[in-house]
Write a protein that binds this ligand. Sequence first.
Ligand SMILES: [Zn+2]
Length: 101
Amino acid sequence: MSMYFGEKDKDESDVAHINLDQECPLCGYVMDAVTCLTDKPETSPSEGDTTICASCICPLVFGEGLKLRKPSKLEQRLFDTDTAFQKILAVMRRVKHEAGS
Ligand SMILES: [Zn+2]
């Protein structure tokens, strides 16, 4: 499973940005691009890959036809028990909190 970031304004030339134009199914934020977080030279997400909404900082899953959807109960439980993933969420929430409000 690969993970993608819902941001594109990072100046990291070695990171692949994938254009996307979808609303977050949770908050409606339009994600215009995602960034692959893995080292693999992937250029596009696959079904079942994960991303995080840059607005509500919630995990989302690329479902059928790469349409973003909410995680299933099972996927949500996997996210909740994945300490590395929870650390990423915590960092993103802190960054957003410090940058925004
Ligand atoms: Zn959202």
